[in-house]
Design a protein around this ligand. Structure first.
Ligand SMILES: Cc1cc2nc3c(=O)[nH]c(=O)nc-3n(C[C@H](O)[C@H](O)[C@H](O)COP(=O)(O)OP(=O)(O)OC[C@H]3O[C@@H](n4cnc5c(N)ncnc54)[C@H](O)[C@@H]3O)c2cc1C
Length: 585
């Protein structure tokens, strides 16, 4: 079964649980109105469904190929990319000064979800280009902006993000790629990067690499890293393509999934050094790269939502069609498996987790918009801190959801799920990478505990918990029997979150907090996702549309998934010793 973009669902989540609707109403986005938002979402949904989704299987089967350093994408990918960029999708939230449409990041996030549901191997390339735009706009010199931004914003050239080296993965500070100053103010780069997504391809005539490298005598670790723009083809003074730069793809990886996305080993400086242009200041490259990484982290989170959505659609269709066994309610003959309570439990779990992850991702995107657009400095700072707090939660939770939900998708298919023909297996294979790249989910959890909950002396996380509690109280006050135990179970999850947060904030960072980081992030996401689903259900009840179904999903999440919070709380607070002291023979 192919993918159909769930535009109405996406618009609902955007409007009611992410805070986008309120931001629109209060004028944060100027004269942007709901009609325009809906028509952008409709058109993105159509393009994703009709143009990109049919290429997903082709991309998986053919993959990208390399011969003599030239990478060729699968049949139809080049044309799809050409039409996608010509339609302006690359620059929808790009800066208007450089040809972008300046639409909210929240809308772009909804689109990113759709591109990635349609074909994750397509979506990962384009989101890196979008990150490159933000990085160059925020930190590049006027000359670099003028030379590169218009073509990157339009999608005529793509961008890459190059951190990883064999000895420098999670530990970026260990990188060794060298940059040396040249007499003309540019730099010469030598070294090797691995695992570079779309490092080489045939979609565009030029590729602009964003590369971290180290200057001679730079301080050790992340404080001695600089960021460089390294084009595949140098640009002449009149803006035309010039000589080929000294950077090439040596090989591409054979992977578990996302075969259509070329993952390249890149070699710099075979012939004396690749010409690079400094972005920002020397030795301040990590700060610049964080602009790209934060953008990419949310985009990867959206990949988790995307693959979960596609897996859920496929499992639902299969469960309606496949007949096996009889339920207590069926008369004669076998029932479609969707009628079996255990299959229903799987399907509800898939839908509830997908929507919770979507809500967290969109809420993060709205915080990013507020950090940029709010009228006063204090609100911008508070929104910036909220986006910082939510980003690792969105990244790790949504990508774990992608893996869990696509695994359930295989399970719903039974044996056919294990057979490539159905496509369920492809989703499962592809989901796995999102929990690894852009900072593994373990690194996200550590970031949350070590750097994010202490933000503003804990005020950001406390405000967030207070927001969750308000939702719980609203559910209770609604006194609607359809919510069942939603208020009670969510209330307990928020209590667990509050106690573990206080426990973590009240101790110096140590091995016990590090051991509890992953369960803490899961607990944080469970309480948050549950509350955001309840917000959606409350809004649906107020609007009188789709209320029964939305309350059922919020209730399922609260009654079946949120009770795990108390176990997670114990794991955080009591489990540190058993992690650190048990010998691993
Ligand atoms: C398909 C693919 C595409 C990619 N695309 C890009 C790209 O475009 N650009 C780019 O620069 N990189 C890219 N990467 C690299 C990716 O970001 C890294 O693989 C990832 O950051 C993990 O680094 P690593 O593989 O070296 O694992 P390691 O760092 O060796 O980690 C191994 C395990 O140890 C854990 N670990 C490591 N350090 C710590 C610590 N301090 N505390 C706790 N746990 C720790 C990790 O969480 C993980 O579970 C890509 C990778 C793949 C596979």
């Amino acid at each position: 079964m192919s993918y159909r973009a769930p535009v109405a669902d996406i618009a609902f989540a955007l409007k009611y649980s992410s805070g986008f609707g309120a931001a629109l109403a209060e004028g944060l986005y100027g004269d942007l109105d709901e009609d325009l938002v809906n028509s952008v979402l409709e058109e993105a949904g159509r393009f994703a469904t009709e143009v990109i989704a049919p290429l997903n299987r082709v991309g998986d089967r053919q993959g990208a190929k390399i011969k003599d350093g030239v990478v060729t994408t699968a049949d139809g990918w080049k044309e799809a990319y050409r039409d996608w960029s010509a339609a302006g999708w690359n620059g929808i939230s790009g800066p208007t000064d450089w040809g972008g449409q300046g639409l909210p990041h929240a809308i772009n996030s909804a689109c990113i979800e759709m591109w990635n549901s349609a074909a994750m191997a397509f979506g990962i390339g384009v989101v890196l280009t979008m990150g490159a735009i933000d990085t160059l706009e925020a930190h590049g010199s006027d000359h670099l902006k003028k030379t590169y931004l218009p073509k990157i914003v339009s999608g005529e050239w793509t961008g890459t993000m190059q951190l990883t080296e064999p000895q420098a993965g999670s530990d970026v500070g260990a990188l060794r790629t060298k940059a040396e100053r040249a007499s003309d103010g540019t730099y010469r780069l030598t070294g090797q990067k691995i695992f570079i997504t779309y490092g080489e391809h045939d979609l565009t005539e030029n590729i602009i690499h964003f590369v971290l490298a180290r200057l001679p005598n730079a301080p050790a670790g992340t404080r001695g890293i600089s960021l460089f723009l390294v084009p595949k083809f140098l640009i002449n003074a009149d803006g035309s393509l010039g000589a080929r730069n000294d950077v090439r793809a040596h090989s591409i990886e054979h992977k578990m999934g996302n075969h259509a996305s070329p993952t390249c080993t890149m070699v710099f400086g075979d012939q004396g050094g690749a010409v690079g242009y400094l972005i920002g200041e020397e030795n301040r490259g990590m700060a610049c790269m964080f602009t790209m990484m934060n953008q990419a982290r949310l985009a990867v989170a959206l990949q988790g939502v995307a693959i979960a959505e596609r897996s859920t659609q496929q499992a639902l269709a299969y469960a309606r069609d496949r007949k096996q066994g009889r339920t207590s309610k069926s008369a004669e003959g076998s029932s479609p498996i969707i009628a079996h309570p255990d299959v229903r439990r799987m399907l509800l779990s898939m839908r509830a987790q997908t929507r919770a992850a979507r809500a967290i991702c969109y809420a993060t995107a709205v915080a990013i918009d507020r950090a940029r657009l709010s009228g006063d400095e204090d609100s911008r700072q508070a929104a910036h801190d909220r986006a910082s707090l939510l980003t690792p939660v969105a990244k790790a939770f949504a990508t774990d959801v992608g893996v869990d939900v696509s695994s359930l998708g295989v399970q719903v298919h039974g044996g056919m799920g294990y057979i490539e023909e159905t496509g369920a297996a492809q989703h499962y294979r592809e989901s796995r990478i999102a929990a690894i790249y852009e900072g593994t989910n373990g690194i996200q959890a550590i970031d949350l505990v070590m750097r994010k909950i202490p933000l503003a002396q804990g005020a950001t996380v406390r405000t967030h918990i207070a927001d969750l509690r308000r939702t719980v109280e609203t559910v209770r006050a609604a006194n609607n029997p359809a919510f069942g135990a939603t208020g009670a179970r969510l209330g307990e999850a928020v209590d667990s979150l509050e106690r573990t947060t206080a426990w973590l904030l009240g101790r110096p960072p140590d091995d016990a907090s590090l051991a509890g980081a992953t369960p803490y992030l899961r607990l944080f996401a469970t309480a948050t996702g549950g509350a955001l689903l309840a917000d959606e259900a409350l809004a649906a009840a107020r609007a009188g549309t789709d209320a029964e179904a939305r309350i059922a999903i919020a209730r399922f999440f609260a009654e079946h998934l949120a009770p795990g919070s108390s176990g997670l709380e114990r794991e955080v607070i009591e489990g540190g010793d058993s992690v650190s002291e048990v010998a691993l023979a």
